[in-house]
Design a protein around this ligand. Structure first.
Ligand SMILES: NC(=O)c1ccc[n+]([C@@H]2O[C@H](COP(=O)([O-])OP(=O)(O)OC[C@H]3O[C@@H](n4cnc5c(N)ncnc54)[C@H](O)[C@@H]3O)[C@@H](O)[C@H]2O)c1
Length: 326
């Protein structure tokens, strides 16, 4: 298959691109390098420096490369930044997706896999969220992805685009061979702070809130290894190639939660280093607990997680940050 990967120079998109190429697919990465890195590109991929908000370029690239399917990862991804600058998020993530869909229609590309997020559910107050639950995002990042999902569903109904929407929970970890991982120094994810503090590059890390109704008062999340997310994309792409007029949404998580303090302790164990932390008040837009009901992806795409182990997630994330070139 010829696959256009928007955001393919970023964290998750680079894993998907590498694994697709290893499986024999042709990959064109389309990325503006705002938070992506050229060094993550597979030597066999074609790279186009471009923005998903460009009115003309995406369709040209799709036609020139006879693209069969788009994997659309490109987005801004920070919840706190989205609260400070909401319009940047609607412009990049929502308008960007709308523009990409228009370009797909122009180029006749009718298959898309869209990176969505558990943030579309908001503070559900349920132990597990399922794909059919109401979408009640509580921050602009989540809202910007809901717009993306809804546009895809309308374009599916009107123009017959087939799509798979993957709602990832908290993606973490790095490749076991230490070749790929999260590099963006501004990444505001928990694992960035855990690894930086374990390595002594940050004196201490903040834990936002210890008064949530959870096991130890800190937020609980469904951490999923990035390789399992990449594999879900391969299965989704191969499913879409055999389907027409198809639209499905899948949660991508393990259905198992760990608190921030449990993750911190596990990182201390695997790194052998102490992680000093201070408890601050809750951050606006952070729900208490977000866990996936992930039966649907297992039955429909035969997805079987391989790295469902918090120690493996912590160890690969730590080794990646501790590599000599980091
Ligand atoms: N990391 C997570 O835990 C997580 C969880 C849920 C969903 N997601 C989604 O997964 C996708 C990938 O996230 P990531 O963690 O790899 O982030 P990332 O920042 O590492 O990757 C995003 C990539 O998109 C590119 N990009 C951004 N805006 C662009 C634009 N306008 N035009 C072209 N390229 C653009 C960036 O340069 C970067 O390479 C995003 O859509 C994100 O919302 C991530």
């Amino acid at each position: 298959m010829n696959i256009l990967v928007t955001g393919g120079a970023g964290y998750i998109g680079s894993f998907a691109s590498h694994r697709l190429i290893e499986r024999g697919h042709h990959v064109v990465v389309y990325d503006n390098l705002s938070t992506g890195y050229k060094e993550f590109l597979h030597p066999k991929c074609k790279f186009v420096l471009g923005d998903i908000r460009d009115r003309e370029l995406p369709a040209r690239v799709m036609k020139d490369n006879k693209i069969d399917l788009i994997m659309h990862f490109a987005a801004k991804t920070s919840v706190p930044e989205s609260i400070d600058n909401p319009l940047d998020y609607f412009e990049n993530n929502s308008f960007g997706t709308m523009n990409l869909l228009q370009n797909c229609l122009k180029a006749g590309v009718k298959k898309m896999i869209f990176s969505s997020t558990a943030a579309v559910y908001g503070d559900t107050r349920k132990d597990f969220v399922s794909e059919t639950d109401e979408l009640m995002p509580i921050n602009p990042y989540g809202e910007s992805k809901v717009f993306g999902e809804r546009m895809i569903s309308h374009v599916h109904a009107a123009q017959g685009i087939s799509a798979i929407i993957l709602r990832y929970f908290n993606v973490a970890g790095a490749s076991l061979d230490n070749q790929l991982g999260q590099k963006n120094p501004k990444a505001n994810h928990l694992f960035h702070h855990l690894t930086e503090t374990a390595l002594g590059r940050q004196a201490t890390m903040a834990v936002f809130g210890n008064d949530y109704p959870t096991v130890d008062g800190t937020g609980v999340r469904d951490f999923i290894h990035v390789e399992d997310i990449a594999h879900a994309h391969i299965l989704a792409a191969e499913k879409l190639m055999n389907e027409t007029n198809y639209l499905q949404t899948f949660n991508c998580g393990y259905g198992q939660g760990f608190s921030v303090l449990q993750a911190l302790k596990t990182m201390e164990d695997v790194s052998g280093n102490k992680i000093p932390y201070e408890v601050l008040k809750r951050r606006p837009g952070d729900p208490a607990k977000v866990l996936a009901l992930a039966d649907k992806i297992k039955s429909e795409l035969q997805w079987t997680p391989k790295y469902n182990d918090l120690k493996v997630i912590c160890k690969t994330a730590f080794d990646w940050k501790n590599r000599p070139t980091s």
